[in-house]
Design a protein around this ligand. Sequence first.
Ligand code: KG4
Ligand code: ZN
Length: 353
Amino acid sequence: MKSYNGHQPILAIESSCDETAAAVLRAPGEILSSLIASQAEEHARFGGVVPEVASRNHLLAVDPLVRRALKEANLTPCDLGAVVATSGPGLAPALLVGAAYAKGFALALGIPYLALNHLEGHLLSPFLGQETIPHHIALLVSGGHTQLTEVRGAGDYTLLGRTLDDAAGEAFDKTAKLLGLGYPGGIEIDRLAATGDPLKYPFPKALMERGERENLDFSFSGLKTSVRYFLEKHPSIATSPEGMADLCASIRHAIVDVLIQKTARAVEASGLNHQEPDGSVHVAVSGGVSANKALRTGLQELCRTKGWTLHLPAPELSTDNAAMIAFAAIHHLKVGESSPIGLEISPQWGVGK
Ligand code: KG4
Ligand code: ZN
């Protein structure tokens, strides 16, 4: 098997949920192509992702997508230096499709195969194009995960806190469903919240009390229950545009305010604000929910007042894509790492100890 020389373009495949994605990237950050085949519409009628439907669609989409990605990059398979696929966490039947395809591709070409963690892809996405990753606190907020991580560099992660139940994106999607909005509901709530009053309805913010040892975990399942009871008690509020705007703004505030405050607490608890010789503090946010307008402006405001540097992914890199998978993979490949072809997928694979 040829080894990766650090310069050849690599192919990445992402199929952990309801999006098939393929990208070709040249280190450290030249995206030669990045394509996404979304199945969101097919799952929308079920109100969530159906694993077997996702798997069947990945199977249909992956080969034509990879061919197109190579064509757009103006490359042939022989130009590639490695092939990487998301191996977890995610839906097992969905992950299997991308991983099996990537293994076959790598095997046929005699080049390295790498199994990559989807969360690591999100974590490093704000730094796409950079050779080195600064020591920082990362808030990862997606449809399946919500966690605060101390990142010392690529591959060196400490988990500081995570959700004990629903993820932030899930909280948006589930409350949106209660409001009769489409799936995924995070974008809809964000849009409708624009003209609403965020303080109109004080929905609960869990695990916010301060203790001797800072609690950096999250819990969003109580919010969903509280919104359900509220709608049962006041069924007419959501029927007027103003009422809907206030409800959406209040729900968004209940989620986003917790995320912002806990990010600030994580920086303080980690001592990062006293560690770096030049006094610089870096904060990053990634995952689908990082597209949320209130979260973006709230974190920008926090970092501006504290003098911290905020790193946000480009909007097209915040939701699931394969370019972020390729970028994170480069950091492993360039130090000689690869995965055995026989490696199984890891649907529960976490990031950080
Ligand atoms: O990272 P992602 O694309 O997929 C996962 O790995 O889960 O995140 C998808 C999640 C969905 O829950 C979606 O509702 C949420 O990101 N999302 C948003 C916004 N855009 C996407 N949530 C709130 N506001 C948004 N603007
Ligand atoms: Zn994701």
